[in-house]
Design a protein around this ligand. Structure first.
Ligand code: SF4
Length: 424
């Protein structure tokens, strides 16, 4: 079977036609971007579902993480969270389940009409009992099962290798490793005394991914877990490794994204994005956050929106939702709704800065005109969240203005002044 990249070298596959139409782009240009590795379309051929393209010239996409934990395992809650995220406009879901019947939960999430990603090391650790007992055979068999089940993209921490570990030891951090997958791989290497099998046997991994045409998201296991660790060496060593692995994946016809960078001070966001893009030859970049302060638990979704918008402006293509419960608890449905909404704001703000038409896009202009015309129905129609806007306006709306300035409405005053001026 040929992979999508190989099909794009030969022509324009139907999935690319569809994705290009959604983005308002030329299908030929998109096929070239996929072939060059600048765009990915996570669409496992085993599972038909709606698709989206991620990368160069595309609208910034968002992902929502759902899934059980060992402490809270309620598959029905996870189904509701998935449905809520889809209703709020997420582009993809990731199933991060680590509790209960992980395969059954995955199958339930895969029944939803949306691209789905997973992190196979989580299930491998549950199967083995602990991270130190996961070996290469188990990990590759779990990866193959996820591909066979229809998962569209896999986060695989291939860059957490001995070199990155040496950097972690020689340039210590306050929080050594905060990525769950990264920590599992460090434990595996510490236990076996050997190299990370995903790095050592990367060519074999690519063979599995090619067989099922699944996208690899090269995980950022060494992402900083606090602002104080943002300039330590381990993440930079991992960036270099991920850049090299990204090139090898592309040469093998495998679609790949890069993940990064975690907790980063606001003034370092642009620099980090540009370095990753340069090292990976402009591979699509997938971010959790970045979180640009560590002292706002409960509002980390807002913190991530600030970081995500700036990151998108500098070239990040895919933003992972951060919910209000980040660092505090497994999200519930309301956390998912709020987190998805603010992630959409970050993605849209990024688009206003990086898309070709940018802030001149029709929807932004139409909203300005609707505000000038005090046309509330049109303002609600154009809003990212019409239900919220309508509800707040309805609290004490009267007449054609709102209660913010009431009879001293500046917009109304200027309209009357300018319109009477025009008549004269
Ligand atoms: S009342 Fe104030 S806030 Fe409301 S529309 Fe008029 S100028 Fe804007």
């Amino acid at each position: 079977m040929r992979t999508l990249i190989q099909d794009c070298v030969a022509g324009i596959p139907p999935v690319v036609e569809t994705a290009a139409r959604q983005e308002g782009l030329n299908p030929r240009d998109m096929a070239r971007a996929v072939a060059r590795g600048h765009v990915v379309i996570p669409a496992n051929p085993r599972r038909p579902h709606r698709i989206c393209a991620i990368g160069e010239d595309c609208r910034v996409k968002i992902n929502v993480n759902i899934g059980t934990s060992g402490d809270r395992c309620d598959p029905e809650l996870e189904r509701q969270k998935g449905m809520a995220a889809i209703a709020q406009g997420t582009d993809t879901l990731m199933d991060l389940s680590t509790g209960g019947d992980i395969r059954a939960i995955r199958e339930m999430i895969l029944s939803l009409d949306i691209p789905v990603g997973t992190v196979p090391i989580y299930e491998a650790v549950r199967k083995a009992g602990n991270a130190g007992d996961v070996d290469a055979d188990l990990l590759f068999s779990v990866i193959r099962e996820h591909c066979r089940d229809g998962v569209d993209f896999l986060t695989l921490h291939c860059g957490v290798n001995r070199e990155a570990l040496a950097a972690l030891h020689s340039d210590p951090r306050i929080l050594p490793v905060v990525s769950r997958g990264g920590a599992f791989h460090v434990a595996m290497m510490a236990h076996s005394g050997q190299e990370n099998p995903l790095f050592a046997e990367f060519d074999y991994l690519l063979e599995i991914l090619a067989e099922y045409d699944v996208v690899v998201s090269l995980g950022d296991g060494m992402r900083p877990g606090c602002l104080q660790d943002a300039d330590r060496h381990a993440k930079t060593v991992e960036y270099l490794n991920l850049g090299r692995l990204a090139q090898r994946a592309l040469s093998a016809g495998i679609q790949r994204m890069i993940e990064g960078p975690g907790h980063i001070p606001l003034d370092q966001v642009g620099y980090n994005i540009r370095v990753i893009k340069e090292l990976s030859n402009d591979a699509p970049l997938y971010l959790l956050g970045p979180l640009v302060t560590d002292i706002a638990p409960g509002y980390d979704h807002v913190v991530a929106t600030i970081g995500g918008a700036v990151a998108a402006m500098h070239g990040a293509d895919f933003l992972c939702m951060v919910s209000p419960s980040e660092h505090l608890s497994l999200p519930d449905v309301s956390d998912i709704i709020e987190g998805t909404r603010v992630a959409r704001v970050a993605a849209h703000v990024g688009d206003t800065a990086r898309k070709k038409e940018g802030y001149k896009m029709p929807r932004e202009r139409q909203m300005a005109e609707a505000r000038r015309n005090l046309d509330w129905a049109e303002q609600f129609r154009l809003s990212l969240f019409p239900d919220v806007a309508k509800k707040i306006h309805a609290r004490d709306s009267s007449g054609d203005t709102c209660s913010m300035c009431g009879d001293l409405c500046a917009v109304k005053m200027m309209r009357e002044l300018f319109e009477s001026g025009k008549k004269k």
